[in-house]
Ligand binder design. Structure first.
Ligand code: PLP
Length: 401
């Protein structure tokens, strides 16, 4: 019986939640937004911007959306796999000659993030003791997604910011030290945050070790077409598929179709036999059901319309090439501005890292209204053409110390 003086202990509730250390990139975006200076430059956010500094909707996407609006006659459920035709059309673009392999099963996901989460959930279901080898630095969301499913991370150094080089020997050593069944998380192309992609020889070496040691490669490919070209950017992944019986691929259309907020992606899982792939896909569907049940339709339906129509597909390829050309042009301009920035011309995708201290990054923010991640990561197409000279002047001044 409760004594009259005892205060009943209140169960912990929503009001007792501890504070969250927010994703530093999201905090940076908010800070840049709040800055009233008109000439501010936000190279922190990870979206493509054109020469005028805008992130436009692709013309081909507008056309596909108009067609979708005119022809869609139901919004009834599609099922856990989402738009199956969408996934079928992504297959050859992503998997190349492996597209017809019955051991590879796929489904639509809410963006690349959804695919990553689902892929790691599948790993945790199949083998909760698997550890995930993660080269540092990596995209900041990798760690929370992996830890969120309860898998252990094993770090290794991937890139040396100050020497501007991939630490390939360290990567090889880490892969060689891994246990069979461990996951090797690999960036398919346009490495985020470093822009430093493995070359063909390095991919071959990594592939050989992964296959020999029985590691499970999980290829995260969110920027296909932003580096060298659609085919070239998938070459590493295709080599992995040549060599390995078990592979997970997390794919995103959010960048190469410029539909970031529409959340378009897919997950592909390869196992040793078609029957095992069917079983794996049944698990994937169950896991998806527990999280989001079904992926959102709109963006994937518009991508499907584009890829299903020869004219629209050709128009997309032209717009994708224009985005890639701008990224690589800006890279060349930055590289030509100062010998200390020459490495940026040899890297790929939207991101590279500047060898700046945190204090220098803060000074750029305070003195010049230039916003980049504390790590020195910046979006090479984050600023308009007009703003580029001012950006370069401020960065070279910062590098002078
Ligand atoms: N993987 C990497 C390396 C990324 O940089 C991103 C997005 O920034 C994603 C996955 C996820 O992309 P999405 O916006 O489609 O979820």
């Amino acid at each position: 019986m409760l004594s009259e003086t005892a205060t009943p202990t209140r169960p912990r509730g929503l009001s007792d939640l501890p504070p969250v250390t927010s994703d530093s990139l999201l905090a940076l975006i908010a800070m840049a937004k709040a800055d009233p200076r008109e000439d501010k430059i936000d190279v922190g956010v990870g979206v493509f911007r054109d020469a005028s500094g805008r992130t436009p909707i692709l013309k081909v996407m507008k056309a596909a959306e108009a067609r979708l609006l005119a022809t869609q006659d139901s919004k009834s459920y599609l099922g856990g796999s989402g738009d199956i035709r969408f996934t079928d059309l992504i297959r050859p673009i992503l998997l190349g000659s492996h597209a017809g392999d019955e051991r590879i099963a796929g489904l639509q996901t809410p963006g690349g993030c959804g695919a990553l989460r689902l892929g790691f959930e599948l790993v945790a279901t199949a083998n909760p003791d698997a550890r995930v080898l993660v080269g540092r630095p990596t995209w900041p969301n990798h760690q929370p997604v992996i830890e969120g499913v309860g898998l252990e991370i094993v770090d290794y150094p991937y890139y040396e910011r100050d020497s501007r080089e991939i630490r390939f020997d360290d990567m090889v050593a880490a892969l060689k030290a891994a246990r069979a069944g461990d996951v090797a998380l690999l960036h398919g192309c346009c490495h985020n945050p470093t822009g430093a992609d493995l070359d063909a020889g390095q991919w071959a070496e990594v592939t050989r070790i992964v296959a020999e040691r029985g590691l499970l490669p999980l290829v995260d490919i969110a920027y296909q077409g932003f580096g060298r070209g659609l085919e070239e950017d998938a070459a590493g992944l295709r080599g992995i598929l040549d060599a390995c019986d078990e592979v997970i691929v997390a794919q995103s259309c959010d960048k190469n179709f410029s539909v970031y907020r529409d959340r378009v992606g897919s997950l592909f899982v390869k196992t040793a036999a078609p029957a095992a792939s069917k079983t794996a896909m049944a698990h994937v569907l169950q896991l998806a059901r527990e999280m989001w049940s079904m992926p959102p339709d709109h963006g994937a339906a518009a991508v499907r319309i584009i890829l299903d129509d020869a004219d629209l597909r050709a128009a997309w390829l032209i717009e994708l090439e224009a985005m890639r050309t701008r990224i690589n042009d800006v890279r060349r301009r930055i590289a030509a501005a100062d010998p200390r920035l020459a490495y940026i011309g040899r890297q790929f995708g939207m991101f590279s890292m500047l060898p700046l201290s945190k204090e220098q990054v803060v000074a750029l923010r305070e003195r010049h209204a230039i916003y980049m991640a504390d790590s020195g990561r910046f979006n090479v197409v984050g600023m308009s053409d007009d703003a580029l000279p001012r950006f370069l002047a401020a960065v070279t001044e910062a590098l002078d110390g």
